[in-house]
Design a protein around this ligand. Structure first.
Ligand SMILES: Cc1cc2nc3c(=O)[nH]c(=O)nc-3n(C[C@H](O)[C@H](O)[C@H](O)COP(=O)(O)OP(=O)(O)OC[C@H]3O[C@@H](n4cnc5c(N)ncnc54)[C@H](O)[C@@H]3O)c2cc1C
Length: 331
């Protein structure tokens, strides 16, 4: 090992999609820390087979496989990165992977100080936030039990598995209407379960739903639970809860889609960085730059609209390139 170009270092906060493409696409010569949380929770999908500086990094599609296997693959990827370092004549990058939850970030001084699990600290000249956005669930026990076995929070992602089947979508806003419409192109029947006696969606979305003969809207209805043996077989619903017409009944369905919004994982950063009213980190349009120079945001945490893996990965690469440019200005 001879020289190491050390222009600065960056922390990548968050994990899979953005983190990987960021790591493998740019920041050559920088020191990178990747901070992530519990292994195996989110999806890791195929991005690239990257041949870079004479070394090949093969990324493997781990989408749809068991969490345990994902962890094995992730650990192999780490080892591979380490081998690249150990056997290289010239250090390309040093990957320093730390596991934990970011509990604080101190931005009043440079370098930034990032706190992990309330105790350990990493210093970083640049930070890329890619902590994603979590779908909101109703909070039912059976929802958790059937997650990935009939319960989904993404129609575009999982709709394909419900071709010619009966599904229900929960929600009354634009997203719910959009998901119901999308699913109506695949499923044989779509129920839209709406808490209120009306839809909150824009008029155009409402019209699309109400004029779609495959969609039946169940107004003033709440879900009490889901039932089934090895997957969802139906939902227990309550109509007009607490009113004289109250009625509880079972609705046979194969799939249950949540469309009641997402919560961007940006709480820790909100005191320092501008977000929109729902907590999505605001970036300068077309760039991953946030309101604070040196802090970049990529993936779902900064994307209220698309929330898809390939878009998150692309924005991660953008963030890495921007971070590299930023670090070079500090030299
Ligand atoms: C059920 C489902 C199916 C999907 N299927 C598809 C699909 O088929 N195709 C597709 O393109 N997209 C799909 N998506 C969307 C895709 O998963 C996301 O767009 C993508 O994962 C976003 O990547 P990200 O890196 O921004 O966030 P994430 O993948 O969510 O990663 C963020 C990571 O940061 C961690 N984190 C959060 N807060 C902290 C903190 N304070 N400190 C440290 N770590 C933290 C999170 O735990 C998580 O591991 C699906 C989503 C869901 C929910």
């Amino acid at each position: 090992m001879s020289e190491m170009k050390k222009a600065g270092f960056a922390s990548i906060i968050g994990r899979p999609n953005v983190g990987k493409s960021t790591l493998f696409n740019a920041l050559a010569g920088e020191r990178i820390s990747i901070v992530k949380d519990t292994p195996g929770i989110t999806r890791d999908r195929i991005y690239a087979e990257t041949s870079w500086s004479g070394r090949e990094f093969i990324m493997i599609d781990t989408g749809g496989i068991e969490p345990e296997s994902k962890d094995i693959i992730l650990s192999q990827m780490r080892t591979q990165a380490q081998i690249a370092i150990d056997s290289a004549d010239v250090i390309i990058f040093v990957t320093d992977v730390r596991t934990g939850i970011i509990t604080n970030i101190e931005t009043s001084e440079r370098p930034f100080r990032v706190t992990i699990d309330g105790e350990k600290e990493v210093e970083a000249e640049a930070v890329i936030i890619c902590t994603g956005a979590s779908a909101k669930y109703l909070g039912l026990e059976s929802e958790m039990k059937f997650r990935g076995m009939g319960v989904s929070a993404c129609a575009t992602c999982d709709g394909f598995f419900y071709r010619k089947k009966v599904v229900a979508v929960v929600g009354g806003g634009d997203t719910a209407c959009e998901e119901a419409n999308y699913l109506s192109g695949l499923a044989s029947k779509v129920y839209l379960i709406v808490r209120k006696p009306f839809l909150r969606a824009s008029q155009i979305m409402q019209d699309r739903v109400l004029n779609n003969e495959k969609i039946e809207v169940l107004f003033e209805t709440n879900t009490l639970g889901l039932y089934g043996e090895d997957g969802v077989e139906g939902a227990r619903l309550i109509y007009k809860k607490g009113e004289p017409e109250e009625k509880t009944y079972d609705l046979p369905i194969d799939g249950f889609f949540l469309a009641i919004g997402h919560r961007p994982n940006s709480e820790v950063f909100r005191p320092w960085i501008e977000t929109d009213e729902t907590g999505y980190i605001k970036t300068i349009p077309g760039t991953p730059r946030t309101s604070l120079p040196g802090i970049f945001a990529a993936g779902d945490v900064a994307d209220p609209h698309y929330r898809q893996a390939i878009i998150a990965a692309g924005s991660g690469a953008q963030a890495a390139m921007e971070a590299e440019k930023y670090l070079s200005t500090l030299e």
